[in-house]
Design a protein around this ligand. Structure first.
Ligand SMILES: Cc1ncc(COP(=O)(O)O)c(C=O)c1O
Ligand SMILES: [Zn+2]
Length: 416
């Protein structure tokens, strides 16, 4: 007997409620609202003990993901560590603090592995045999890596000026990498046209409704790893704003299904000051996203016209959270602060999270009463150049014991 085929859920427009069969379509044809997968209220859901017995991947929460049947690709992704750091909590002035460490995500070292794992299985369900993406770097890595393993051809479109490690970490898997002279927003527009013309699954364009659901698994894992309860506050970096809204959706679903009890955490978003359209909307309190031209070292977050920006700003306000924009210098400080306190080396996006949390604590929005989770979404080796000056002052010596002794004397001497 063959295993039942994987199937994708039907879709519904969040704005006008129009229904659609499962397909590679993310925008409502009536009203251009976003489409979302429909989950049956009658579906069976596992209890905590059943979830806990399943293999440690994001598929242990499969009843809250938009597919029925066995996943065929990327079955090992997810279930990254949640690490408590009393020393970072003390430094920031939070009661307790954990980091959700997606910098060690399998296989491509960012949380984008989660969304791609779901999107590639949606592509399988919809019989799409070529995949692709528009990316600020991490998504490119995740699509190229997971498509290689799946044996699917991949077309990956990126802005020309991405960090070297992100370009190499895409090309190495044999993906077709197309570098576009323009911003991410130009690349994204181009990909929308490409998706229309070819029968391809562009994971964050026509498969976006399925893809985004993968980010909910960060929330599910946080709840389980805290011992089936929720923190009081979560800080996440924002580019398109999808991760933050899906974290919120994940917490809401676990509360609604009584997997956890209590209240929704306050949701906090962080962006680089050189690309902070969602932060500005939160501060303004009403109206629409005003697009910007990004100028920041946090290239993975450099989306000037964020697709889920308005929705993210609303979630932040409704949960009693707030948003912070941090300078490039603060991002570097955030990276070193995390490395020195927790032994985790994050990329610029994680530096934005840590610096954002610090700014929020300094203005009294995170307090000693809080149990905070910081979402560390990517790996520092991919953007190592931003902390390159750390090696300039390192000693270089001859291979002699004498020189080591001199160095030890110098290190022990009181600083001038
Ligand atoms: C490392 C990292 N963190 C966070 C984000 C933000 O994700 P979103 O676009 O869902 O807001 C990105 C997006 O590319 C990213 O690469
Ligand atoms: Zn609609």
């Amino acid at each position: 007997m063959t295993a039942p085929r994987i199937e994708a859920h039907r879709l519904r427009c969040r704005a006008c409620g129009a229904d659609y069969d499962a397909q590679a379509l993310a925008i409502c044809e009536n009203c251009i609202g976003p489409l979302e997968p429909v989950y049956s209220d009658r579906r069976t859901r596992p209890d905590r003990a059943t979830i806990a017995r399943r293999p440690p991947s994001l598929w242990r929460y499969r009843e809250w993901l938009p597919l029925n049947g066995e996943p065929v690709y990327s079955t090992e992704t997810g279930f990254t560590p949640l690490i408590e750091s009393p020393s970072l909590a003390r430094t920031l002035g939070a009661g307790r603090l954990w980091i959700k460490n997606d910098s060690v995500s399998h296989p491509s070292l960012s949380f984008k592995d989660r969304v791609v794992a779901v999107a590639l299985n949606a592509a399988a369900a919809l019989d799409l045999d070529t995949v692709g993406c528009a990316s600020t770097g991490n998504l490119a890595n995740a699509v190229a890596a997971q498509a290689a393993r799946a044996g699917l051809p991949a077309w990956v479109f990126i802005p020309e000026d991405l960090e070297l490690a992100k370009v190499i970490g895409t090309a190495v898997y044999g993906a077709r990498v197309v570098r576009v002279r323009g911003t991410y927003d130009d690349v994204n527009r181009l990909c929308a046209q490409v998706a229309d013309r070819n029968n391809w699954g562009i994971v964050n364009v026509n498969l976006r409704s399925y893809y985004g659901e993968g980010s909910k698994t960060v929330a599910f894992e946080i709840a389980e790893q805290l011992g089936w309860r929720l923190p009081t506050a979560v800080v996440a970096p924002m580019a398109g704003g999808s991760l933050l809204t899906k974290l919120h959706k994940g917490f809401r679903e676990f509360l609604a299904d009584e997997i956890v009890a209590g209240g929704i955490p306050r949701m906090y978003g962080a962006q680089a000051a050189g690309c902070a359209p969602i932060v500005r909307l939160v501060e303004k309190g009403e109206g629409r996203i005003e697009p910007v031209v990004p100028d920041t070292i946090a290239r993975s977050l450099a989306i000037g016209s964020p697709a889920d920006g308005g929705y993210a700003a609303r979630v932040i306000r409704e949960t009693g959270g707030w948003a912070a924009a941090v300078s490039d210098a603060d991002i570097v400080t955030g990276i070193t602060l995390l490395a020195e306190h927790t032994g985790v080396f994050t990329e610029t996006a994680g530096g934005v999270t840590v610096a954002g949390a610090r700014a929020l604590a300094m203005t009294g929005r995170l307090t000693a009463a809080d149990e905070v989770v910081l979402c560390i979404t990517g790996n520092g080796l991919k953007t190592a150049e931003v902390v390159q000056d750390q090696i300039e002052s390192l000693p270089v010596i001859a291979p002699s014991l004498r020189e080591v002794s001199d160095l030890l004397d110098w290190a022990a001497a009181p600083a001038a």
